[in-house]
Design a protein. Sequence first.
Length: 386
Amino acid sequence: MSTLPPLSYPVLNHLGCPRPLELAVIIPTFNEVDNVEELVRRLHHVLAGVAWEAVFVDDDSTDGTAAKLHELSNCDPQVRCLRRVGRRGLSSACVEGMLSTGARFLAVMDADLQHDEALLAGMLQALRDEPVDLVVGTRYMDGGDVGEWHTSRQKISTLATHMSQKMLGLNLRDPMSGFFMLRRSSFEASVYGLSSIGFKILVDLVASSPTPLRVKELPYQFRTRLAGESKLDNRVAWDYLMLLADKTVGRYIPTRLVSFGVIGGFGVLVHLAVLRVALGLIGPDFVEAQTVAVTIAMISNFFLNNALTYRDQRLKGWGVIAGLLKFMAACSIGAVANVGVAAYIHSGSGNWLVSGLAGILVGTIWNYGATAYLVWIKPKRRRTTI
């Protein structure tokens, strides 16, 4: 028989104290090596007396962020680094960080020190003492401010806020906020409905909740970045639009298909513009001008889909050339299917609009399915034996 003594409770947690872990601060990072140590220092100051941990989710930074975090975690048990290789994205990083901890409350904030860490204590107190599920740090109420934003960025943020409020019915002053805290139970209720697209995890969480969340908003002033460079670019806006699409029509139409179709519509405009120019340069030879227009439209569609629709499976190096050739071959078959279906329907109905739309629909679905299978192929996981 075993001579081991029976377990006695409470069992010490990984912080070496009998209190259960209360708060996990989830911090997605990419190239933030000069910010993380200062952020940890500030968290220790504002969360003194709280059983907390910081879960940094690093998307394989190229500046040594993960190495710095491992260095910090070696001497600080309240710091953990979850390093992701081969995938990126703020929303998905936050989700993985939340899933990796057993804390009762979950906070999300950036690593660049633009979020006011002092607000964490007030957020935690509200969740402890009040009947709320989610506490959001907002820049759009008395006491809050966007800081030194350019006018153009303020306008874009305001537009995105209105879009989420109108399209998704969100009752939040600042749904674009990336600074919030919620109960684990609220996250667990939403997790299977999350899209994990792009940068706006708060919109995703609130829109995915099966029941309306009880929300409290606290003001804070958005600060300037301490070090490093902003990760915002044009793809962030595209990802946000795709998130809205997923939360509105995603249950009926795959979001990638929506993205593929929108880019295809843009390709039609490119086609017509090139055709007009080509007719002026080449002359009245329509076949040659049409061939040039089709080729350039296909090339533009390929590169846009590679950068946006399949950014998580983006082709690089020589794979771009091979992918482009496969894309053009698949879309050529789609063009034949488009014309064939349209001609068949037109021969029976005589309605050019219905026939044309039917051809476009068939061609788009073919192109989407074929290119997803032939061009942007998900790598197979290797089987491992133990």
